[in-house]
Design a protein around this ligand. Sequence first.
Ligand code: SF4
Length: 344
Amino acid sequence: MKNILDFNLEELSAWMLENNESKFRAKQIFQWIYKSSVFNYENMKNISEKTRGNISKELSLYLPNIIKEQKSEKDGTKKLLLKLEDGNIIESVIMQYKYGYSICVSTQVGCRMGCSFCASAIGGMVRNLTPGEIIGQILVAQNNINDRISNVVLMGSGEPLDNFDNVIKFIEILNSKESLYIGARHITMSTCGIVPKIYELADLEYQITLAISLHSPKDDSRADMMPIARKYTIKEIIDSCEYYYNKTKRRISFEYALIKGVNDSKEDALSLSKLLNKFPSHVNLISVNEIKENTYKKSDSLSIEMFKNTLIQNGIETTIRRKMGEDIDGACGQLRRNHMENFS
Ligand code: SF4
């Protein structure tokens, strides 16, 4: 059965007409789901019993199920472990900031990109998430915190550009006035650098923030961490970012996980600053996640400061990203990973 969350408003309106229902029912249902958080057809009181019966026979309204929840004592960050209709497990993270709540959503079950520092890569990719399964993570989260999510980060399990069509449809639904109406400027998409898809995304001219997981200014050391680097060089990625900037005028973010003795030297910082001087950019420095599946160690605080100062002195805006929820199954993808190990 199709999930109604996979429909945009136009598709649902067309479905209503095809099924001898009034087109405006689609708008009413969108309001119930996205504005009033009603996830049961029975409770959509302005829709007749007959119509509700017709819809529920053909379209499910399925939300991921929370099977585990962890809350950080330090900063209130929540990790939700979610079960999908077919039994697959994903995770989402809700972070509380001064301006409101932000959610980091997954776009795939697992990931096939194989980055060596990432818990989501272990076990490979199982399948893509549908648009409804991605938006479902936000609906479940809003219900859980009983508040509105204002920012969305596509940085959980999965490579968003490897699930391009579903992710784009998700963004369109998310953006729509009749749905959650979260503006493109409040959405950040992270990618390991699938160059042709960056061009494709740029051509859509969305105002979303593009965040590149770079992690090294050198192709060879990047390839040791990220297999995708064997397919696309750093130069190709930077060229695609320049194109993205020219199309959208959005500053590009670069994620850089500092690993002791691997990518945290002054020379690395100088090479990185030379790479990023073609367009407005911003570097987010993070400490690598120490997961038991690899031997990476976090850089010490002196090296982190030196790296940051070198970038800033060379004109690159840089911040050291505060780690949220460090006291709860730390690394992205790790909660799911731990769950899978306990139940396999
Ligand atoms: S870092 Fe991102 S792209 Fe790389 S394996 Fe993890 S989820 Fe996939």
